[in-house]
Every structure is written in C-alpha cells, then in structure tokens.
Ligand binder design. Structure first.
Ligand SMILES: [Fe+2]
Length: 203
C-alpha cells in the first residue's frame, strides 16, 4: 500500500492510494486541480478504480467530473453526503469495507463538518480525515449542515483507533502535514475536549 499526499493550491490535500501488487488506485478528493494526481496515475501506469469524496465542499470535489470522464471510475461518498455531490455513482455506509486490490479501505461516517463526512482507514494504518480532523484542530462546524454534537462524537470515534495510525488531513493547517493519532491525542485541543460544549468553545 502506498499513499501519496498531493498539495493543491494554498492548503488543500488530495490523496492517491494505491495497491502496490495490482496497480489499482483510488483518488481521495480530486479537489480543484487533479492534474498532478492524473500525472502520477499515468506515470505509474495505475488503474484508477475509485474517486472517494470525504465531503461535498467544492474545494474537494471540483475535479470529480474530469477525472471520471478520463478513467470511467466510480465516484464514492456517504449516502447523506451524496445529495450534495452531483456526480456520485456509489454510496457507502459506516463500517463498510471496500477492497482496492489487496488494500483494505474501511469507511467511518464522521458527520460534524457536513452531515455525511467520511474518513477512510487504509489497511488499519492510515486515516484520511478530510475536514473532520486536522493536525491540531478539527473542521468548522458553523457551515451548512455542521454540528458541534456530531463533531464531538466523530472525534471520539477517531480517538478509539490505535495510536500508531497516521492522520492525513484534508488541509495543511498544522505545523506538520501529517502526524500519528497518538501525538494528536496528546496535542490536538479538539481531541482533548471532554464534551460537545467544550468543543464548541475551542473549535
Ligand atoms: Fe470542507
């Protein structure tokens, strides 16, 4: 398994997840410019099977159509989030597992930033968190469909994962572009919050 973190514009992150053995790949959040990801797919002779959207915001989904037209791949989102993304072809639910060649992707439904935010646990080792969890912070809850209560519960769900899991966020808002969940459990104020009310005061 290989995960490539791709910076787009000022601070967005897109991710190319690939199965080394089979060359199958998934593009998580094509964002506003998928050119670098498409170049990596071409140079690596990869087969793009899925686009996965962590959530509906335009800075994560704008290039969905161009990538799908090029590769004919499915576009995956959670069922509640799919109403806000025009070109979703397949929905997934909490706990569902999808195989990408030999790579095991488990979906976690993590609402709070949007109603159907998704995180992806890849081979039990890496968690792609979209705008749910950033390094040192969590996503905004004051936009349409956001909720402090749901965000708090989603953060608890993430906290239940092992410390060794690497967190790969949807934006580069922290001092480092990725980190272990163990470090974030100690340092991220939003993971340290003990209630939704406390979270609403600091997030
Ligand atoms: Fe967002």
């Amino acid at each position: 398994m290989k995960i490539t973190q791709i910076r787009i514009g000022m601070d967005n992150f897109s991710y190319l997840v690939q199965c080394i053995a089979t060359g199958k790949a998934a593009l998580v959040d094509p964002g506003t410019n998928a050119s670098e990801a498409m170049s990596l797919i071409g140079h690596g002779n990869l087969q793009l099977i899925f686009i996965i959207n962590t959530h509906r915001h335009l800075d994560h989904v704008a290039e969905n159509s161009r990538v799908r037209e090029t590769y004919g791949c499915d576009i995956i989102a959670s069922e509640p989030e799919s109403y806000g993304i025009s070109d979703v072809t397949r929905t997934v639910s909490d706990g569902e597992i999808l195989m990408l060649g030999d790579v095991r992707i488990r979906f976690l439904l993590t609402p709070g930033h949007t109603p159907g935010g998704l995180c992806m646990l890849v081979d039990g080792e890496a968690l792609l968190t979209g705008d749910t969890l950033f390094i040192g912070d969590c996503g905004r809850t004051d936009m349409a469909g956001g909720s402090d209560n749901e965000m708090f519960l989603s953060l608890q769900k993430i906290k239940s994962l092992p410390d060794a899991v690497i967190i790969y966020p949807g934006h580069d808002y922290g001092p480092v572009p990725f980190d272990t969940l163990g470090n974030q459990k100690k340092q991220n104020k939003t993971l340290l919050a003990k209630s939704a009310n406390e979270l609403s005061l600091i997030a």
